[in-house]
Design a protein around this ligand. Structure first.
Ligand code: 3PG
Length: 334
């Protein structure tokens, strides 16, 4: 319906006012990029360009070590772009003008959605924008693991191995695509997809449950979000279903792992490997499993220029569009 049609059916002035309120273009908004782990410079420049070309002000807070710096920076911001930065109720309380927060990335477990909703703040993510970067890192970590962390000893190959993908979203599908190129036999399970949906992708074979995925595969790669249902769900019993020489790869969240259970299992099963892009809380304990454990020092999955550009500029465009037309397509706190 265009605005003329809408005006024809508007009953009274109140309706007309409501219509115009929705299409009122907000200008000169302050858009803050607050990233403890910074985007590549080329991405920051791109975000700034989008913000300014849309008539808004750009502000940047990078590599902050004190949350008070975040509180101060967000105080007069109308919009906020973050990565894994925690947008807590305290941050929201300090952000008196905030209207929209966009997590430049997929997982939005770092946003206090309740606090956003209570203040009428729209929260969004940028799904899919960094998924290839994460998938490439998964495959890189896997090669590193099967070649014994390049220690000079004879390793093994990925070709012909069974790879299980737990959750077949944007990252999972990209992992499947690349793994097929390696000649791997790819399986997947997703609690929110039917077997037909997975099979029809022609990239993976569906299995009936996550237990079946661990029982079937040589390697399992985690792509589940951290939710109330998934937290600590990757536990002693589940990983213990893997057959000899199993490798667990985590590029999702540390919260999905039952660390105590996995530590116990790895102590008992000296054949298992754990490779992760998210350093566990119990990193020091896992390091005892030399040659069977690897963690990146900082989450590296989405840390490429391309992913920074894709996710950062998508976030800036979503904010510009929201202020221009009210578009809330990627809202996650509906
Ligand atoms: C995501 O959820 O998009 C990834 O975990 C990337 O997180 P990052 O922006 O902190 O690198």
């Amino acid at each position: 319906m265009d605005i003329i049609d809408a005006l024809m059916i508007a009953d009274d002035l109140k309706d007309v006012h409501k219509l115009f309120k929705h299409i009122k273009h907000k200008k000169n908004m302050k858009v803050l990029v607050a990233t403890e782990k910074p985007f590549a410079k080329v991405a920051v420049d791109g975000i700034k360009k989008v913000v300014e070309e849309n008539g808004h002000q750009f502000a940047l807070l990078e590599k902050y070590t004190d949350v008070n710096d975040f509180y101060a920076a967000v105080a007069d911001a109308d919009a906020l772009i973050v990565r894994s930065d925690k947008v807590t109720k305290e941050v929201i309380d300090h952000a008196k003008n905030l209207k929209i927060v966009v997590r430049a990335g997929a997982g939005y477990d770092n946003l206090d959605l309740e606090a956003c909703t209570a203040r009428g703040i729209v929260a969004m993510n940028t799904p899919g924008q960094n998924s290839n970067a994460v998938a490439e890192l998964v495959m890189g970590m896997l090669v590193y693991a099967v070649r014994n962390f390049y220690n000079g000893k004879s390793g093994s190959e990925l070709m012909g191995k069974k790879l299980g993908i737990l959750a077949f979203g944007n990252v999972g599908r990209n992992v499947a695509r690349i793994a097929k190129g390696f000649g791997m036999d790819v399986y997947a399970y997703d609690a929110f997809m039917t077997a037909e949906q997975i099979n029809s992708s022609a990239m993976a074979k569906a299995v009936a449950s996550q237990e079946a995925l661990f029982e079937t595969c040589d390697i399992v790669s985690l792509h589940i979000p951290a939710t109330a249902e998934t937290k600590q769900s990757i536990n002693y019993d589940l990983v213990g279903k893997m057959h000899k020489g199993g490798i667990l790869v985590n590029s999702a969240r540390k919260e999905v792992i039952d660390e105590a259970g996995l530590l116990k299992l790895m102590a008992e099963r000296t054949d298992l490997k754990y490779i992760t892009d998210i350093m566990p809380d119990a990193d020091a304990d896992f390091r005892a499993f030399e040659g069977r454990y690897f963690a990146t020092p900082k989450k590296m999955g989405a840390q490429t220029e391309e992913a920074n550009i894709n996710a950062g500029i998508a976030a800036a465009n979503q904010i510009a569009d929201f202020f221009k037309t009210g578009n809330k397509k990627f809202q996650v706190n509906k």
